[in-house]
Design a protein around this ligand. Structure first.
Ligand code: G4P
Length: 285
């Protein structure tokens, strides 16, 4: 799902988040494990202050395992609870429920001291488009899935998914807007397909991806497409077009098609598990 963001969208998304945040104890923030910082929303910390916080590195299957572990450690160090997951295949989901309890322990304790017993923890999922919010909710709800109707104290129409006797999840995720002002982050989000390709043309975007891969994962393109490294990203795209027989009008090389192929292979993990940013290099952000 792609969103064209403009101020109206952002204002609406922010208003929805602010309304829903009032109803919950815990924010489950999904980020993309390939770009854990660039896929975070800049305002979530401000909006979510005083709430328990859990960061899920989703799509962990597409990112390097070593980096996933480093990112989990990075977020824990900053005081968040953090877990790596693969919502598509269900990996890591089992370990979430105890972490949710742990994240909300302070609140449960407070309740207990006030004589409120057995009030379930309420959580909402939030994240920028395409990080896997719906997939995650469906994966969790598929297992538990007792939807609770309107209850006293709950805004009319809100649906809660009862995960177990201790946890309820709001069935609609909070949609956050991506970082636009940070060009480097925007480029990475374009690589993973989370914002429209039109920031850059497909070829330009693919050439940027070639540059990144040749720098950080120098074997990947050669191994996947059996091409030599000429050093020039556009030349690399031409070689990919040749090797994959991307042609137009009979025998002219179709660079656009080769670019789309490269981006698609990368986005779907066919170039292997690749992380676009690592904590050591991003620690200033
Ligand atoms: P959103 O609600 O945050 O916008 O994201 P959504 O769940 O729609 O997921 C966006 C895409 O990411 C979907 O792919 C989904 O299958 C994929 N996805 C979600 N979680 C994971 C994960 O942990 N690992 C991997 N590899 N992919 C994940 P799609 O291309 O839109 O659809 P499809 O490929 O599933 O048909």
């Amino acid at each position: 799902m792609h969103f064209q963001w403009y101020p109206g969208h952002m204002t609406k998304a922010r208003r929805m988040m602010q309304e829903n945040i009032k109803l919950i104890d815990l924010i489950i923030e999904l980020v993309d494990a390939r770009v854990p910082l660039s896929s975070r929303n800049p305002d979530i910390d401000e909006m979510g202050k005083n709430k328990a916080r859990l960061i899920l590195l989703n799509k962990a299957d597409l990112a390097e395992e070593r980096c996933n572990d480093e990112w989990v450690a990075f977020f824990k160090e900053k005081g968040y609870f953090a877990v790596k997951v693969n919502s598509k295949k269900g990996g890591g989901l089992k370990s979430i429920q105890p972490v949710i309890q742990e994240a909300c322990r302070e609140k449960t304790e407070r309740d207990r001291k006030r004589g409120i017993l057995n009030r379930p923890v309420r959580a909402m999922v939030a994240g920028i488009p395409n990080v896997g919010k719906s997939t995650f909710i469906n994966a969790l709800a598929g297992k538990a899935c007792t939807k609770t109707g309107n209850k006293p104290g709950v805004t009319k129409g809100k649906q809660w998914i009862r995960l177990n006797k201790n946890v309820e999840l709001l069935d609609t995720p909070g949609i956050l807007w991506p970082k636009f002002e940070d060009q480097e982050a925007a480029l990475k989000l374009a690589f993973i397909g989370s914002i429209k390709d039109e920031i850059l043309q497909t070829e330009e975007l693919a050439a940027e991806l070639v540059k990144f891969l040749d720098r950080e994962y120098p074997e990947v393109i050669g191994e996947k497409y059996s091409v030599e490294n000429s050093g020039d990203p556009y030349e690399r795209l031409r070689s990919i077009a040749e090797s994959r027989h991307c042609l137009v009008r009979g025998n002219e090389l179709d660079i656009e098609k080769a670019s789309a192929l490269l981006l698609d292979d990368f986005r779907n993990g066919r170039l292997g598990r690749i992380t676009l940013e690592n904590p050591a290099k991003m620690s200033g952000k």
